[in-house]
Design a protein. Structure first.
Length: 226
């Protein structure tokens, strides 16, 4: 076997390992969303992935390391999703609309996405590593909102009642609160009513007409409220 052949074989092996680890933590994230952090066991992940418990233990050693790797994987992926969404908008108001909508209708179902976050928020209270991942993610989300709000103000597209820092905090607090209510069916909330509530609140705080804000995909430029 030539040195070059050995190198290619090693590279494929490393890629296969990385893909297998990602498969494991992706399934573990789904388990957490439905059964909580305590329900994320080697046995549950083995049943979900079809991998043996021994293989999962080989990669993650302990259940705690598996949970931490899963939280790290999902929080980093979330930030990347939001950053990608931000880069796609043609103007700041369009970005704000899409960021708010994506908080409800993302790449995964509402139940899976927010089931995971609610369980992880709860676990963060007692686990410093999880708490750090959650805190870093929230800071990254908030920075994206702050940046977008500042751009919208500088472009004279919105005239908010609060500065960007305060308004970003309000928006994220509303998203989290409504998500918990919607996930648990409180007040008969659904993902659709959550989106409408976010849009109404945002339009009011931005000082723009809610109809134009909602219909921004038709190329309507949001008008200021009289």
């Amino acid at each position: 076997m030539t040195p070059n052949t050995r190198k290619r074989t090693h590279a494929v092996t490393e890629q296969a390992i990385a893909e297998r680890r990602e498969t494991i933590v992706a399934h573990a994230a789904g388990i957490i969303s439905k059964a909580g952090v305590d329900g994320c066991s080697f046995g549950a992940v083995s049943d979900s992935t079809g991998f043996s418990i021994g293989m999962i233990q080989h990669y993650f050693r302990t259940r705690e390391k598996l949970v931490h790797a899963t939280v790290e994987f999902r929080t980093q992926a979330s930030v990347q999703e939001w950053q990608g969404l931000y880069s796609e908008g043609t103007n700041a108001v369009e970005r704000l609309h899409d960021l708010l909508t994506f908080a409800v209708e993302g790449d995964t179902t509402f139940e899976d996405a927010w089931g995971f976050w609610v369980e992880v928020y709860s676990a963060a209270h007692k686990d410093e590593k999880i708490r750090k991942h959650v805190a870093n993610t929230l800071l990254a989300w908030r920075e994206i909102f702050v940046q977008t709000l500042e751009e919208a103000v500088s472009e004279h597209l919105i005239h908010p009642f609060h500065d960007a820092d305060a308004l970003a905090t309000l928006l994220l607090a509303l998203i989290d609160g409504l998500a918990i209510q919607t996930l648990n069916g409180i007040y008969d909330h659904s993902p659709q009513t959550m989106i409408k509530t976010l849009q109404r609140f945002a339009a009011h705080e931005f000082g723009i007409d809610v109809t134009n804000f909602v219909e921004r995909k038709q190329g309507i430029v949001p008008s200021l409220q009289s």
